[in-house]
Design a protein around this ligand. Sequence first.
Ligand code: MLC
Ligand code: AMP
Length: 469
Amino acid sequence: MLLTSLASDDSNAADIADAVRIDNTVLSRSQLSGASAGVLEDLGGATRVAVLATPTAQTVLAVTGCLLAGVPVVPVPADVGVAERQHMLRDSGAQAWLGERPDDPAGLPHFSARSGSQQPHAVASCDDEDTALIIYTSGTTGPPKGVQLSRRALAADLDALAQAWQWSPDDVLVHGLPMYHVHGLVLGLVGSLRQGNRFVHTGKPTPEAYAAARGTLYFGVPTVWSRVVADPGAAAALRSARMLVSGSAALPVPVFDALVERTGHAPIERYGSTESLITLSTRVDGERRPGWVGVPLQGVQTKLVADDGSPVPHDGESIGRLAVRGPTLFNGYLNRPDATADAFDGDGWYRTGDVAVIDAQGMHRIVGRESVDLIKTGGFRVGAGEIETALLGHPAVAEVAVVGLPDDDLGQRIVAFVVASPAEPAQPGELIDYVAQQLSIHKRPREVRIVDALPRNAMGKVLKKALLT
Ligand code: MLC
Ligand code: AMP
């Protein structure tokens, strides 16, 4: 049973009036556990359902109902452009929308999610290997790929995190992150429903909202934590928490140190990806070392591989490509056997695309990514290729190269180097808005630099490393 806390036959005995607080709405545990009845009635037999993943009660009920009813969910960000949304719907084969109504349902039927206080509880029997979620994520090029996450992977990951963090039903988990990614959706919502703790979504992850929420367990991407430490009043209000967790991108050491000073907490750092879920974390009862992301979670194995395929020593200094194996891995990219085959080696190790070091105690440090074409900005993973393709669709753009440049707030900021088309002058602001509309708001370049030419090698390939300086 994936959502353990909602499985009780006698839900009244275990009811909690404020199991979830989101968007000024409070949902009780029995309302959540009854959400499956509506799904089975309206969508029984559906094999995939799209959910417009806004941070609202409708999204919580839709996801909860589907997971209880055994219907795989495709979370769709509200701000994705038309082409990307079409791709997600077509590629996933979603048969209906459940929850918030999209402006344009693209020909699919829409159903509101229903809370279940009046309904008998309905829990479908599911196989552990059944897909629970299909989350679309960027590669270096091409449209986003659908990552198939099984019920087994979700349960294994959440249980391993509960063990590492001593996460318990007494916790009040707070975050204000998007509800369509692993961090906000899987760890935040599904994790809370599995552990049985209260969950509070703050809407936006602002320092003021985090301070006001009075939680015990806070999740944030590094950008959130750097904004918290810049607000001493909000930071001081987090002293009463049990634990602050950072993940999805590298937490700068000065932000780690400022959190210790201003909140009294050395943050827990954890590392993972959409494909592998969370695989490494520091432990509540272990060392928390600035700049390091911890040790493998229960059941997870890691290895470092050199360019020639040989093993790299775990000496805290030697750098290698990080591969992971264990029960939390995804079941391949939907409709993409080629990409799935590339992602794994012959022994079932997932190639993370990250380079790392491991020390003699098994502590891991993420050094960076193998490819400059996968950018992490504010904790969002964005492929340089998808932005370049979008910009080349604008008449003012003749050539373009997109890179992630270091940024104190976002970790990396997306910068587009554009050679303007002779036919039309290129306006940076217009190009930024164009990407925000075509793809999604967080994929917009923060800066467009108009250049006369892009640096290229003798073969004509753009030398992106020359743009990073
Ligand atoms: C600005 N805005 C525009 C715009 N420019 N809108 C349209 N067109 C334009 N050109 C508006 C936005 O709509 C928004 O409005 C506001 O400006 C700010 O948007 P933003 O600049 O994008 O937000 P920002 O403050 O920079 O966001 C920082 C952030 C965000 C930390 C809140 O980056 C974030 O939520 N990151 C979390 C990513 C995450 O969860 N990743 C997990 C991946 S899973 P308005 O009205 O909306 O404010 C994973 C696995 C793991 O990685 O390990 O966890
Ligand atoms: P995503 O699929 O959006 O979850 O992105 C996964 C990528 O985020 C990883 O491959 C890493 O590059 C990066 N990442 C996640 N957590 C961390 C972390 N704690 N430190 C450094 N990088 C991280």
